[in-house]
Design a protein around this ligand. Structure first.
Ligand SMILES: Nc1ncnc2c1ncn2[C@@H]1O[C@H](COP(=O)(O)OP(=O)(O)OP(=O)(O)O)[C@@H](O)[C@H]1O
Length: 250
């Protein structure tokens, strides 16, 4: 995926200006910056969820004008800063709800062919259960409602729901927020595994240990503009970055 010269304005406020980046299959691009630096606006711009300027390519195709759902259909998937799930449905049903539209379930066939529909439903449930386990949400939690499962599992569920049947590019917004040591290790392992499977990952994260250990390259934003980009070691050593961000965080 490649974005070129993205810009976002909210009235008179310039939230993002002249921001370009690319991420390849099997690579993790980290995006960091102080609060309000424009990181989420950058995601909104890239996924066409905000009015913006600039251009976006996916797999060599110019997708600038496509709406978000069409981008998702091409494999550009995004998980948000806040957990997004149906709180009145079980964990398993949340996952089924994501998979069912991708499988093309329709109301009429389900009414006319109840037996076939029951088999489809069973197949979807077993696919959903396997996917949840792959993302570290154990079977014991599948029958519970999302607010009633541990917070670390809620974060993994959010990523699984965004990923669905697969992603070419997975954009995550602060997935480590609120996570403790063991959950953080699970998340890092999951990110490395997805990268190993060829997924291109873009990762906004304030947790420096995580991003420095998993990212292949890092882009630093400050006041809506790119401040620096490069491998983690170079970013950590860059005095401009330390002053704008890492110094504050230390
Ligand atoms: N919908 C909006 N309307 C008006 N201003 C907005 C809107 N969304 C973001 N902004 C402003 O745009 C700027 C960039 O915000 P953005 O959320 O992209 O930053 P961020 O780097 O993701 O911050 P954080 O780390 O706190 O999530 C900020 O000044 C913010 O207040």
């Amino acid at each position: 995926m490649r974005v070129e010269r993205l810009g976002v304005r909210y009235g008179a406020l310039v939230a993002l200006q002249d921001v370009s980046w690319h991420v390849a299959a099997g690579e993790i691009l980290g995006i960091i910056g102080p609060n309000g630096a424009g990181k989420s606006s950058c995601y909104d711009a890239a996924t066409h969820m905000a009015a913006r300027s600039g251009r976006v390519w996916l797999g060599g195709r110019d997708v600038t004008e496509l709406p978000p759902h069409a981008l998702a259909g091409l494999g550009l998937k995004r998980a948000f800063q806040q957990n997004n799930f149906f709180t009145t449905m079980t964990v398993l049903d949340n996952m089924v709800a994501v998979l069912a539209p991708e499988a093309g379930t329709g109301l009429l066939p389900s009414l006319l062919l109840p037996l076939r529909e029951a088999r489809r439903r069973a197949a979807l449930e077993s696919e959903a259960a396997a996917l949840l386990e792959r993302f570290g949400v154990p079977r014991a939690l599948h029958g519970l409602r999302p607010p009633n499962i541990p917070y670390g599992s809620q974060r993994m569920l959010s990523i699984a729901l965004a990923f669905g049947r697969g992603a070419r590019v997975l954009m995550l917004d602060e997935p480590a927020a609120g996570l403790g040591g063991a959950d953080m290790a699970h998340l890092a392992a999951l990110l490395r595994r997805l990268r190993g499977e060829g997924v291109a990952i873009v990762l906004i994260e304030h947790h420096m240990d995580l991003i420095m250990s998993v990212a292949d390259r890092i882009l630093v934003l400050d006041q809506g503009r790119p401040l620096a980009s490069g491998p983690p070691q170079a970013i950590q050593a860059d005095p401009r970055v330390r002053e704008a961000y890492l110094g504050q965080a230390a």
